[in-house]
Design a protein around this ligand. Sequence first.
Ligand code: ATP
Ligand code: MG
Length: 261
Amino acid sequence: MTAEPLAPHTLYPTAGGIAAATSDLSKAYGSGDTRVVALDGVGITFREGEFTAIMGPSGSGKSTLMHCAAGLDSFDSGSVRIGTTELSTLNDRQLTQLRRDRIGFVFQAFNLLPTLSALENITLPMTLAGRRPDQQWLDRVVAMVGLGDRLGHRPAQLSGGQQQRVAVARALASRPAIVFADEPTGNLDSRAGAEVLGFLRDSARELGQSVVMVTHDPVAAGYADRAVFLADGRLVDEMARPTPERVLDLMKGFDARPRTS
Ligand SMILES: Nc1ncnc2c1ncn2[C@@H]1O[C@H](COP(=O)(O)OP(=O)(O)OP(=O)(O)O)[C@@H](O)[C@H]1O
Ligand SMILES: [Mg+2]
């Protein structure tokens, strides 16, 4: 092994099994009276093959953290790396390429293209990258999201839950190094949600897929290998092998804490 840094985009090696990491990450929106600190020095490591749930009250910075860690949004200070690649060393073109090759993202709003069918939406990132999908994997992803005969339908012809499943399948289809999912089950009924969560968990356990998921739901967090908790833009707690009961207890504790401001 050599410490020589490898050029980004030729190889994306991981160091010590780290899929992605942030260090002292801070970001504020607005200025003066309207300034909001969304992230306040967040340092977190996402290991390869680990399924992490990010929890915290509305406005605590969960989506901002995901967007910054996925290279979708800028930040004020600190650093983000995907594998061994520091995002700050990349120009716009390189960043776009890294996002396309290495990152899957499931948005809180589905962001599907209305003119494409479900299947075309799922394979779009690979179509854009000029890559052929791994057919066996794609079949598995498609089977898991359970779209069946609706694969040829456009998003407007699908229910909210079905659209969200297409969005999850799209993020997984290219087998990215890390999948970020912002409340992927927020629009699903409990059965459909359980299927998506089960697939995310299995993809981490059986295939080494790294997954980071935002959720408000203690049951969803129970599928993850660990849960981390944000409040006011800071990491305030972490739990290994979360269960819905323990997550709920911890959240009750947060609610019971006296407010300092
Ligand atoms: N584009 C923006 N302009 C100004 N403020 C923003 C913007 N995006 C987010 N914020 C603020 O930053 C803080 C963190 O927002 P963020 O969306 O990361 O929260 P969240 O934890 O994902 O919340 P939710 O659970 O409601 O999705 C909030 O106070 C929010 O109002
Ligand atoms: Mg959010």
